[in-house]
Design a protein around this ligand. Structure first.
Ligand code: PMV
Length: 296
């Protein structure tokens, strides 16, 4: 029987989290850990997804895809994952995109990457209600991309040999509630928050140049500045702050939290010869090292 397989990568936010929800740019990179989806014909719609905690993304994707392209949902859909959803590597958007790609192959429907993004973003928004779509774009396009809210700009950046050490803080972040918290902050402390957003925008623009020029020292400095602004926004945690500090003390060019904050991961940009000491420092601070390759 015809069985179709597809996959999509997880992601890490490099620069510009939160501001990207409000029409500003961010920079995101994909990782080599992927989510896989298999589709075959069945008598009725069935899902076999032992590692997926929230099945709504798969269910909603199949529903919207079958409606849009007028195809049957009588399929068995299986998913596998290289990574746990607890790390905040974007498992929901990756499974959404992998499902769209698998359904396109199964039904021999050719659509562009932008169309995959548009449908994936619609699915994710219908469930999460908030979000810029950066994670969906990363799952569709891979590599490192400069992204503006809702996919207004999706630009692939040529970034070579970016060496990151990634530490998981041990706490699962609740992205939606933190995004909503920033929404309230815009109302309560408008000028202060918008000022932070403007500063963040400049950091993202500078990082776009420093990443492409392989200027890691500058990129590290910009990470530190980005982290400081996230602290000012009130989304960092003591654990993330400590993990960033120890990484810098152990020789990283710079470090920041990655994503919504409140938990999940921090990233640090590190000279090759300091990788070991930065990893040990993060572990000693209570973090867990994620051994993922980036920009894939
Ligand atoms: O928590 P994560 O890794 O899903 O990142 C959220 C990034 C935000 O900018 C806060 C939200 C978004 O959708 O862009």
């Amino acid at each position: 029987m015809l069985k179709i397989k597809s996959s999509a990568p997880g992601k890490l936010m490099l620069f510009g989290e939160h501001v990207v929800v409000y029409g500003y740019p961010c920079i995101v990179t994909s990782v080599d850990s992927r989510i896989y989806v298999e589709v075959e014909k069945e008598k009725k719609f069935k899902i076999d997804a032992p590692q997926v905690k929230d099945l709504r993304f798969v269910e909603e994707t199949v529903k919207q895809f079958c409606k849009k392209y007028k195809v049957s949902s009588k399929i068995l859909l299986k998913t596998y994952s290289d990574f746990s959803s607890k790390f905040g590597l974007g498992s929901s958007s990756a499974v959404t995109v992998a499902t769209i790609k698998a359904l396109c192959k199964f039904y021999k429907i050719e659509i562009s990457k932008k169309e995959i993004f548009d449908l994936g973003y619609k699915v994710v928004l219908s469930i999460q209600k908030v979000g810029s779509g950066f994670d969906v774009a990363s799952a569709v396009f891979g590599g490192t991309i400069y992204f503006v809210t809702g996919g207004k700009i999706i630009e692939s950046l040529s970034v070579k040999n970016l060496s990151l050490v990634i530490g998981y803080s041990g706490v699962k972040a609740d992205t939606t509630s933190i995004v909503n918290k920033i929404g309230s902050k815009i109302k309560d402390q408008r000028s202060k928050t918008l000022n932070i957003f403007e500063n963040m925008k400049h950091i993202v623009e500078e990082a776009k140049v420093s990443l492409v020029n392989s200027d890691w020292e500058k990129t590290g400095e910009l990470m530190n500045q980005n982290h400081k602004l996230l602290q000012e926004l009130g989304v960092s945690t003591e654990k993330l702050d400590v993990m960033c500090q120890v990484a810098i003390s152990a020789g990283a060019y710079g470090a920041k939290l990655s994503g919504a904050g409140g938990g999940d991961c921090m990233i640090s940009i590190v000279p090759e010869n300091k990788t070991k000491s930065v990893k040990s420092a993060i572990i000693n601070a209570g973090g867990e090292i994620l051994n993922v390759k980036i920009n894939i």
